[in-house]
Write a protein that binds this ligand. Sequence first.
Ligand code: GAL
Length: 418
Amino acid sequence: MMKTFARLFVVLIAALLLSAPQAVQAKELTGDLEIFSWWAGDEGPALQALIDIYKQQNPKVNVINATVTGGSGVNAKAVLKTRMLGGQPPDSFQVHSGQELIGTWVKAGRMEDLTPMFKEQGLMDVFPEGLLKLIGTEDGIWSVPVNIHRSNVMWYIPANLKKWGVAAPKTWDDFLAIAPKLKAQGVVPLALAQNWTCNHLWESVALASMGADNWDALWSGKLKFDSPEGVKAWELFGKVLAYTNSDASSLSWQQATDMVIDGRAAFNVMGDWAAGYMYTTKKMQPGKDFGWAPSPGTSGEFMFLADSFGLPKGAPHRDNALAWLALLGSRKGSDAFNPLKGSISARKDSDLSLYNGYLQSAAKDWKSDRVVGSLAHGVAANETFMGGFASVMEMFLKTRNARTAAAACQQLATKAGI
Ligand code: GAL
């Protein structure tokens, strides 16, 4: 009798042990997953690579890739706002790490704390500490960063520069010296696109003009926007603008890059999604078909931004969204996405052998350069400031008055609580 019991007991334990892995295995996900971003068209391939992995991992989930075209989220952010305020959030949405996230949706109490997910997925130690600070507050962690982009890069085509007898300028003075020479050959010295790309150019020019310490001091409220340093930045910006194309406001950022590729323009200052565009869409090889340099006067400085995705409260398919966020944070997801996107991984352990020459050089600079936050892409200031800054820019493009623009920025800073 005892023996039979003992045998039964052993069989039972064995059965339990065998079934244990199944018991802890997550249930198969079904239903929809709506991801919201501005990575449409040419900006789409990297996102698609992530979606493909997600589909392999969760074949029963129907992924809705909801995109609203428009570089830097100019249109998407407005649509997102309507949906969030109307109680119809997507399951997960793109948002820049930093003030764009914290000063807006976190402040409004609309996001879920991802700390439990970070712990469960082992993400607490994989991102640089500075980045964790940008996605977290005392109350939690609010998004998963997918990349590190560099804002202060100048792009060109080496063969064209050779033909025109110029080199990539190291300072804005250099640029202003060679610009007339380019113009005389019928070449636009600096390609520019719609309004937000002016903000983008402004931040590189301002960084060069005032230096990294002053740039940081602007955002901590220690340096006034209408200080002599602030005014000087706008003055230099005005001089640079004189050498840009007159149809800028009707062009997308890709069309400005195209001007450089086609030899209609010599240079373009744009984030390194331009490297993604040239490499992934245009099949150009970095170093050979296109060249790059830190934007003039910013050598040794890395103006960064990070795209991230969060989980809004009330997401209709919460479990599916959590699986999506786990993929974004993973090494596999990150190293599938970034080589196509033109960005480096936000993780400290990415496999650099998967990245092209441009990205390897960016990864090196990210480690050794002085790192500062981008204004145009959500790190430095909240949306109140950014919305107002776009209007200041419009005004400056019409009037070219540096003093008025600097004063308007200071008023904005006060309003935005800087
Ligand atoms: C940035 C974004 C990049 C890229 C770019 C152009 O704001 O962080 O990933 O999409 O806009 O649209």
